[in-house]
Design a binder for this molecule. Sequence first.
Ligand code: NAD
Length: 489
Amino acid sequence: MEISVPSRQLFIDGEWKVPLLNNRIPIINPATEEIIGHIPGATKGDVDLAVDAAKRALSRNKGRDWPSAPGSLRARYLRAIASKITEKKDEIGKLEAIDCGKPLEEALADLDDVVSCFNYYAELAEGLDAKQKAPVSLPMETFKTYVLKEPLGVVALITPWNYPLLMATWKVAPALAAGCTAILKPSELASLTCLELAEICREVDLPPGVLNIVTGFGHEAGAPLASHPDVAKVSFTGSSVTGSKIMTAAAQLVKPVSLELGGKSPIIVFEDVDLDKTAEWTILGCFFTNGQICSATSRLIVHESIATEFVNRLVKWAKNIKISDPLEEGCRLGPIVSEGQYKKVLNFISTAKSEGATILTGGSRPEHLKKGYFVEPTIITDVTTSMQIWREEVFGPVLSVKTFSTEEEAIELANDSQYGLGSAVMSKDLERCERLSKAIQAGIVWINCAQPSFIQAPWGGIKRSGFGRELGEWGLDNYLSVKQVTRYI
Ligand code: NAD
């Protein structure tokens, strides 16, 4: 399938701008290892221009500027963006697939979520005006107090490569709905679809400067953006290591941040489950998007009485997953996003082996694929809690298994992690599931399922998985400040 990759520039102040240093970053299709195009590489000077443009958009045409425009006007632009994405869904889906290696079917499903997310925040933007001046009840009548919710100003949105356009949308849609203006910095490993979002902003005549999109490396474009004095807030999704750097930079200016970081999520399987159904969820929870999901349930904690039987079923499932070029029909697992990540995943597996773990299935490149950064779905047993494979985020298709005998032991194993993003509890005993939901240290608990996410429900973690919540009303509140107004009567 021949796909033409559009050649784009930085999107600043409503126009395409060649990067000041004329840097270009090659894009490699991870399924073929071929260079398929280039993206512009922004540096500090470009970031400064983008922030200036976003600042101007806050106050342009006083009275008709972005923050004080009625929510219904902002909603109209968000809906127009959603409908353009729907129109171009096939084209954008294919770009996503060749850029980050996501199976085309998954990429198209992500785009449905992107569209829903823009429409959802359009609705919240419309409702925002009615929520202004919410009265606060006071214990005396001599004062009257109400609350104004106001956009924070210029916000920096820095995103990863695993769900390139969806992760960007989780930030762009609520930020714009709230009345903020923004600079989006997608990952240098997968920026193509965010640049198509820029083209769509041009097509729907989004006012200049409201959304600026600068592509480039983290240290060259992300760092100056995160530390820019005119950026009111940084909303970041990515690794815990980068999250910590961003927090340090923001701390210098007492700038708020929200951080959606890595994870090492547990899935606890009790002895009373339906083995087939649970195996299906376990496979999906760990191997969907090639395990490159922040909330991948990559630590299986299974009751000892069913462990052998259950793991055998998982192995059968894993061996049947179709691994191929993401554009091939029926593909379930594409390549890892880049050579660097591919080597990292294989290193994790070989370290596990050298530490004494057993590779039950997978562990290397599938024989039928000679090119591309493909790794077989891998299941590892004989794991101890001190092993790297149990403790660190792999961000690849690797499931580590441990057994338990009591509920307390399962909880202890689940919570023995620096992370706290997703978690899953599988049991027919719903009271037990409720009990565990309270005991597990995580931002999300799935009961008898794994990985569903809903635009209406809060998403985010605790511990080293970060703080702040995206999606739902919480996502909008990320970009609003709360002002108290009190009158003496
Ligand atoms: P990463 O931290 O390497 O990069 C994320 C973004 O930060 C990229 O745009 C990158 O260019 C930028 N960046 C890098 N260094 C920077 C710096 N010093 N200052 C500012 N920006 C900088 O992460 P990644 O490899 O792109 O993504 C994978 C990670 O993202 C995994 O750890 C995964 O768990 C996490 N993730 C979390 C969620 C969530 O919702 N919690 C969702 C998706 C991915």
